[in-house]
Design a protein around this ligand. Structure first.
Ligand code: RB5
Length: 148
């Protein structure tokens, strides 16, 4: 299941991404906001990252103005690998090498069309595994050391 949220800076792109997930028949949950009113990105980032961290969701998508705030918040959560991507190469690598379970986009950087295209690339790319798994295991190990 995919969970999606934004702040006001990413609202328009969030709506288009929810429509894409619907169109593809992918199980998803829109975690808000429901309109363009100004909100605080940590509150919405935490909803998505919390759901991914707990295993309630398989993956998430977050959008704020730059994508920076959302990626900072999301990466505070255990088991979350949030990747802020700006172009087709970083969208592909985020899955292929980093197996990012949260994709982060900048709604004030990308057009709605560009943002949707990056989501498609991330969805359609497979994690390569192999040598990359050792690196993800190290991230997990450092995370465990931080909390023990
Ligand atoms: C909100 O104005 C803006 O700060 C937010 O959307 C985001 O860009 C934060 O990183």
């Amino acid at each position: 299941m995919y969970v999606v949220a934004s702040d006001h800076g990413g609202f328009e792109l969030k709506e288009a991404i929810v429509a894409l997930l619907k169109e593809r028949g992918l199980e998803h949950l829109d975690m808000g906001p429901i309109n363009l009113d100004s909100v605080d990105y940590p509150d919405f980032g935490a909803k998505v990252a919390g759901a991914v961290s707990s295993g309630e969701a398989d993956a998430g998508i977050l959008i704020c103005g730059t994508g920076i705030g959302m990626s900072i918040v999301a990466n505070k959560f255990q088991q979350v690998r949030a990747a802020l991507v700006h172009d087709s190469f970083t969208a592909q690598m985020a899955k292929e090498h980093n197996n990012a379970n949260v994709l982060v986009l900048g709604g004030r950087i990308l057009s709605v069309e560009q943002g949707v295209e990056l989501v498609k690339i991330w969805l359609d790319t497979e994690y390569a595994g192999g040598r990359h798994q050792k690196r993800l295991d190290k991230i997990h190990q450092y995370e465990q050391e931080q909390i023990s």
